[in-house]
Design a protein around this ligand. Structure first.
Ligand code: PLP
Length: 263
């Protein structure tokens, strides 16, 4: 009997530049799990190692930009990337490498401008936050700040005022997430630079979560990589996150993490 093997099907690849959370709630592990669950494949370049638990972040240790550049160089020479997801940056020094990568790939970019942990710990220095605002927002297809990050980046208060400031930087679309706001339902505010906007409303679940933002941004990047329209990707990625949060895992004494695996 002869055995035949079918050729491997080409994978849709999402290049993730993200921090590592050793607790597995946020960062690159969230990206890998969420992207895999959508049916795409994550390639992960770590921007920073962190010291944290389910309650808060204690320390962020940046990876040298030259090491990022060397990893990306080899990956791009070998593979065709379909989307890029940007998460926590280690430092502003990494931005030139990231801009070069975006220019070379020419694919949709989902920017999750990670500035502060849900537990309150600072994740980005002022210089890094400024680089995100001035250099990365202009090249983002969709940015997904939470409301707190949007206010800090924009220096404004309401979602609409924040959006006016942030879209003026050049990003195409913005989803300001409201998971940590005091509204009865979770309200995620979407804005397009062409003037369109809408609000997605989700039932509020009775606890706080760690890693929801990373899960959303990477699911969104995966769906864009798979060829969904931005409108479909936005809705489907939020549905996926809501489902993950409905099946959250308690890994420690702090906030629960999204249950991202297939159930
Ligand atoms: N650690 C890393 C590596 C992250 O990327 C993030 C957020 O994106 C966090 C911690 C904080 O996550 P959260 O605000 O959900 O606690």
């Amino acid at each position: 009997m002869t055995m035949t093997t079918s050729p491997a099907s080409p994978a849709k690849l999402v290049l993730c530049l993200s921090g590592h959370d050793p607790g597995g709630g946020a960062g690159l592990q969230a990206d890998i799990e969420a992207i895999g669950a959508q049916g795409a494949h994550a390639m992960g370049v770590i921007t920073a190692l962190t010291v944290q638990d389910s309650r808060n972040v204690r320390r962020v240790e940046s990876i040298p930009p030259s090491l990022l550049a060397e990893q990306i160089e080899l990956l791009l020479a070998d593979s065709e990337i379909s989307a890029i997801k940007l998460g926590l940056l280690g430092s502003a020094d990494q931005v030139p490498v990231i801009l070069d990568t975006i220019a070379r790939c020419g694919v949709p970019v989902v920017l999750d401008p990670v500035l502060r942990a849900g537990g309150g710990g600072e994740l980005a220095a002022e210089l890094t936050a400024r680089a995100v605002l001035e250099q990365l927002l202009p090249v983002a297809t969709i940015a997904t700040p939470n409301a707190d990050e949007a206010r800090r980046l924009a220096g404004a208060s309401t979602p609409a005022h924040c959006a006016a400031q942030l879209l003026a930087r050049g990003c195409e679309q913005l989803l300001i997430t409201g998971g940590d706001e005091a509204t009865a339902e979770v309200e995620n505010h979407w804005f397009h630079r062409d003037g369109h906007s809408s609000v997605f409303r989700w039932p509020r679940l009775p606890r706080g979560f760690h890693g929801a933002g990373c899960t959303l941004a990477s699911a969104l990047a995966a769906r864009l990589a798979l060829g969904e329209t931005a409108a479909d990707a936005l809705l489907n990625a939020q549905r996926y996150v809501h489902d993950c949060l409905s099946h959250a895992l308690q890994t420690g004494s702090g906030r629960a993490i999204p249950g991202r695996w297939r159930r």
